[in-house]
Design a binder for this molecule. Structure first.
Ligand SMILES: C[S@@+](CC[C@H](N)C(=O)[O-])C[C@H]1O[C@@H](n2cnc3c(N)ncnc32)[C@H](O)[C@@H]1O
Length: 233
């Protein structure tokens, strides 16, 4: 184990880092991997029930991560109507199992419709209805390759704790909305969700045994790899 000496607060405010990219380039990158009609239909169902799904850019990033990990076992917090779940399933091994948790059974019914329309075998998507912090303790320690968090933002620190228990060494945890509509980077914003996400960012950036990165994709995707310990090689 080693300690990383990074902090999101270490940059001087008078030396802002600016991007040379125009909004058109950000849009181009966001839409670089197009979605199919199954995902488009899942987004339409999300709009009907007031769920905000991940964007294309986060979707293709999740699929990439699941694929690089050759993921067999993934946990998702916040099923919604299945947009992120389908991206994850498409990156995992063909026999990989997604365990996805949501407090709303109606959202999960719509997500199952998404998975069926995409031709995903029913046994590959295990939907568990309930509050994340009641369900996660029942899942197996050290068994999962990837944990994706997109539930209640006020519970993100608690999701991190659960995720680190659920992940195998070398596994990855990812949090959507890590920039939370431009609020996280603005110190004047002090609402509960913004403060929680900002604090999570600091915790992940400074944690022992994590390799973190904040990807400026979509609304921000905070990703961290759980390091191998020396004993695990
Ligand atoms: C942003 S949406 C998820 C969207 C989904 N990941 C996607 O991209 O398709 C958040 C979801 O989290 C669920 N949720 C909110 N609080 C929760 C909690 N405490 N436990 C489990 N699910 C929760 C909501 O019902 C909602 O479906």
């Amino acid at each position: 184990m080693y300690r990383h000496s990074r902090s999101p607060t270490s940059r001087q405010p008078e030396a802002p880092i600016t991007t040379q990219l125009k909004p058109a380039s950000w849009s181009y990158a966001e839409e670089f991997i197009a979605e199919d009609e199954v995902l488009t239909a899942a987004r339409a169902r999300a709009a009907e029930v007031g769920v905000v799904p991940i964007g294309n850019g986060v979707g293709s990033t999740l699929r990439f991560l699941a694929s690089v990990l050759d993921a067999r076992a993934v946990v998702e917090i916040g099923t919604g109507t299945g947009v992120s779940g389908l991206w994850l399933l498409r990156g995992m091994r063909p026999d990989g199992i997604l365990t996805t948790v949501d407090i709303e059974t109606e959202h999960q019914r719509l997500a199952k419709q998404t998975f069926t329309e995409a031709g995903v075998p029913a046994q590959r998507a295990r939907t568990i209805s309930g509050a994340a912090l009641e369900v996660l303790p029942r899942l197996t320690d050290g068994h999962h390759d990837l944990v994706f968090c997109d539930g209640d933002k006020r519970e993100y620190a608690a999701y991190l704790k659960e995720a680190l228990r659920l992940l195998r060494p070398g596994g990855i945890v990812a949090f959507d909305n890590a920039l939370w509509h431009d609020r996280v980077a603005d110190p004047a914003q002090r609402d509960e969700e913004t403060v929680e996400i900002r604090s999570l960012g600091r915790e992940v950036a400074e944690a022992d045994g994590l390799v973190p990165v904040l990807l400026p994709v979509g609304d921000g995707l905070l990703v961290a790899k759980k390091e191998w310990t020396p004993e695990e090689g």
